[in-house]
Design a protein around this ligand. Structure first.
Ligand code: AMP
Ligand code: MG
Length: 323
């Protein structure tokens, strides 16, 4: 079976909503990456998500809702910080982890009685949430460990078994949401992502950043942080300097165009030169990795991105892709 890709017009949205209400799954665009949507509290629908993605069961899901009010309904405790952050950044690429309402069933639940929630900032995602009237779990619509999809075509390539894909064009951010844990006194960064720490701190104050590469960071929380994820088929190697005659794929950024040329000939088969602006770099990163994979290279040399917090999410993704 091959996924059917449809436009997100009225009939397309109606079909997608019907599919979700019937307990099946459907891929749809968000501003971060394409999500594989399912009724977040239907055991069988969520099981399909884990099965299709081959996602490890210990990896919890983010629940997508259309409004702050809908988010509060899922929480046992809605801290003041959640209100302030939601007010400022929702709809948007910020996921908040809060205590889970005891009224919810345990589908997709984490051991610590928490739930991860966000309101996506994509017209199609919001229209779909509205049309189906369900909270939607929507992890990236790709096989687990692989590169996240930023176009409908990426979804079909990675998950041909998905029955329906709403095509909303390329994703604006192109990198996953920032995940912030609000269950303790101080907000804690669980996953760097599309929304910068700078923007979050301006609203939430100090944020614990469990990453030694960050100046004000504290200890590294767990070995799981360096597991392989976001990885193309080709082997990814992060380098500070390019060899004179690099063969295979090259991923670099503006200011280092020479990486993409070999002075001795026989140079790279395929090169991707991304923006030197971290936001633009992130938006194109997965698409570039997809293109390099499609070109059939078996190795991708990646120029290590700059230090600094604005590059945190990109360093995180590339580090895991290279693991
Ligand atoms: P994905 O759906 O692939 O974008 O990944 C969801 C991310 O959110 C993963 O990094 C999860 O570990 C994280 N996450 C989801 N729910 C929770 C939760 N309740 N507590 C901590 N992290 C969570
Ligand atoms: Mg993912």
């Amino acid at each position: 079976m091959t996924a059917e890709v449809v436009r997100p017009d009225r009939p397309g949205l109606r079909r997608a909503a019907d599919t979700l209400r019937a307990g099946s799954v459907c891929a749809f665009p968000t501003e971060t990456v394409y999500g594989l949507g399912a009724h977040a509290f239907s055991r069988s629908a969520v099981e399909q998500v884990y099965r299709l993605k081959n996602r490890p069961t210990w990896n919890p899901l983010i629940v997508h809702v259309p409004s702050v009010a809908a988010a509060r309904d899922l929480a046992a405790i809605w801290p003041a910080a959640a209100d302030e952050l939601a007010e400022r950044f929702w709809p948007g690429p910020l996921t908040l982890v809060v205590r889970r309402s005891p009224g919810l069933n345990d589908v997709g639940r984490t051991p610590a009685d928490t739930i991860a929630i966000r309101v996506p900032a994509h017209e199609v995602a919001l229209q779909l949430l509205d049309a189906c009237g369900l909270p939607l779990a929507a992890p990236s619509a790709n096989r687990s460990e692989g590169i996240s999809p930023t176009t409908a075509r990426h979804v079909v390539q990675s998950l041909p078994e998905v029955p329906l894909v709403l095509d909303g064009g390329p994703c604006a951010y192109g990198i996953e949401s920032t995940v912030l844990d609000l269950t303790e006194a101080a907000p804690r960064l669980l996953r760097p992502g599309a929304l910068s720490l700078r923007a979050l701190r301006a609203v939430a104050g100090p944020i614990t950043v469990p990453d030694t590469t960050v100046a004000d960071g504290s200890q590294r929380p767990s070995p799981g942080m360096s597991r392989r994820h976001y990885a193309p088929r080709a082997k990814v190697e992060l380098v500070d300097e390019f060899p004179a005659a690099a063969a295979g794929g090259v991923l670099t950024y503006e200011g280092h165009e020479a990486d993409a040329q070999s002075p001795r000939g026989g140079g790279p088969q395929v090169a991707e030169v991304l923006s030197a602006d971290p936001r633009e770099y992130a938006a194109d990163l997965y698409a570039a990795l997809h293109r390099l994979d499609d070109a059939g290279v078996d190795r991708i040399l990646v120029r290590r991105p700059p230090d600094g917090e604005d590059w945190l999410a990109i360093r995180d993704r590339l580090g895991r892709a290279a693991a």
